[in-house]
Design a protein around this ligand. Sequence first.
Ligand SMILES: NC(=O)c1ccc[n+]([C@@H]2O[C@H](COP(=O)([O-])OP(=O)(O)OC[C@H]3O[C@@H](n4cnc5c(N)ncnc54)[C@H](OP(=O)(O)O)[C@@H]3O)[C@@H](O)[C@H]2O)c1
Length: 264
Amino acid sequence: MIVVYIARRSGLLRGGRHIIGFMPVSLKDQVILVVGASSGIGRATAMMMARDGAKVMASARRQDRLDDLQRAMAAEGIAMEVFAADATDVSEMNRLAETTRQKLGPVDIAVYVTGTNTPDRSMQRLRPEIWNDLITTNLNSAYYITQAVLPAMREARSGQLIYVSSISGHTPDASGAAYQASKRGLIALSHAIRGEEKQNGIRTTVICPGLVDTEILEKRPVKPTPEMLAQALLPEHVAEAILMCAKLPSRAVIPELTIIGSAL
Ligand SMILES: NC(=O)c1ccc[n+]([C@@H]2O[C@H](COP(=O)([O-])OP(=O)(O)OC[C@H]3O[C@@H](n4cnc5c(N)ncnc54)[C@H](OP(=O)(O)O)[C@@H]3O)[C@@H](O)[C@H]2O)c1
């Protein structure tokens, strides 16, 4: 009863056609590129999407970690392509998009998870080269891979771009000026691209996680306490949120999603 009421109120029940609720779209055979897939959130995302039947290309710099990911999936009987590339290099991002197209087909969904921080994050320790590295890795490179996959998405008149920013892109904290500026910039990039590209059937989502227990925390000047880590999200929690956004029907989009540990 309640479902029918909500459906009527929201216009989902029309002209005798019962369209109640949204069936998540299957990722089966969708071509998904995950940049920043060698550890943490990106690795968990690539694994979950591949288990869901997607054709996944996993990329990051560390070949040994990518090989390990590929072996872990093969042990489950799932094939996954890997490609070692530095996201800060425009030509490598173009090659990544082209190799993905050749091996798997045009990219349906690109997930940009790549990110870094520095122990030298305070203004007293930050130097121009560290600032440039963070802005390039966390923000410029998202633009590079976006430019590399957009033409094929426009041609297909569909596509999804999912960016992993951070709650630090919204809420001032101790993650440093360069990290916060880059993550706020990534939020803006995602919204700006959606505004321009929706006419081409392209959707964007930016995910803003709170504390997640991953390797990036090793770059903190002061490590989180075991008590904090016990309350942090796991990479799989963020990957689940990414999957949920990826599986929305093409008429729907989650422009921005914040996910935090429930006790933090
Ligand atoms: N953990 C948290 O508390 C937290 C909270 C909010 C947001 N985030 C964001 O979540 C994203 C994923 O981070 P994580 O927490 O999962 O940490 P992580 O395990 O350190 O993952 C970072 C990923 O980025 C890749 N990467 C870094 N620089 C790269 C480059 N130049 N080219 C290609 N790949 C590069 C790394 O691979 P290689 O080193 O092999 O290249 C790795 O796969 C980041 O954007 C981070 O800012 C994390």
